[in-house]
Design a protein around this ligand. Structure first.
Ligand code: FEO
Length: 184
């Protein structure tokens, strides 16, 4: 009796996503080390926390595959890319990684829809929502750095930005939570 509730194609796609989340975790860990080396302890802390979040995402995919009677697999991940050239480059790359990941998440939603695998479709909705948050978080990094002066920011404004990111929350509110009293 086949007790695996995932199609072979779906199981492989979910394993691929596990690997992608694990890779993202390594990339942000690597960027964190780069920021730490440059003296930006607060930004490094933010990136380390984000790295952990990506690892948590990997675990959610692993748990889901196993709970559906499938076979989860931990695959090799490529080495992280080269260090960023600057803080602007770093934050732009964080944003781009999130956008690329959103594309992968949408592909999984699309596959679930085509297979009429409503359990996976439902599971994936958490990630659709999560990507709105993650992209917003990355956009805020870019905005904060722009306000601080971008690559021409003074040491003082970078010091303030670094401190702010150390204390920055990992979660941001979703647009559907906004009200007239609290539009932000
Ligand atoms: Fe796991 Fe940043 O998405």
């Amino acid at each position: 009796m086949n007790t695996n509730r995932l199609s072979t194609e779906m199981q492989n796609a979910l394993i691929k996503q596990m690997t992608k989340e694990n890779h993202a975790s390594q990339i942000f860990l690597s960027y964190g080390c780069w920021a730490d080396t440059k003296g930006y302890g607060g930004i490094a802390n933010f990136l380390y926390r984000h790295s952990q979040e990506e690892r948590n995402h990997m675990i959610k995919f692993m748990r889901y595959i196993l709970d559906r009677g499938g076979e989860a697999k931990v695959e090799a991940i490529p080495a992280p890319p080269e260090n960023p050239q600057s803080l602007t480059d770093c934050f732009n790359k964080v944003f781009q990684h999130e956008v690329d990941n959103t594309t992968s998440i949408y592909d999984l939603v699309d596959l679930a829809f085509r297979e009429k695998d409503w359990a996976t479709w439902n599971f994936m909705q958490w990630f659709v929502k999560e990507q709105i948050e993650e992209e917003k978080l990355a956009l805020e990094l870019i905005d904060k750095l722009k306000i601080a002066g971008g690559d021409r920011a003074t040491d003082e404004s970078l010091f303030t930005l670094d401190k702010a990111l150390e204390a920055a929350a990992d979660e941001v509110s979703l647009p559907q939570e906004a009200t007239a009293d609290n539009p932000s």
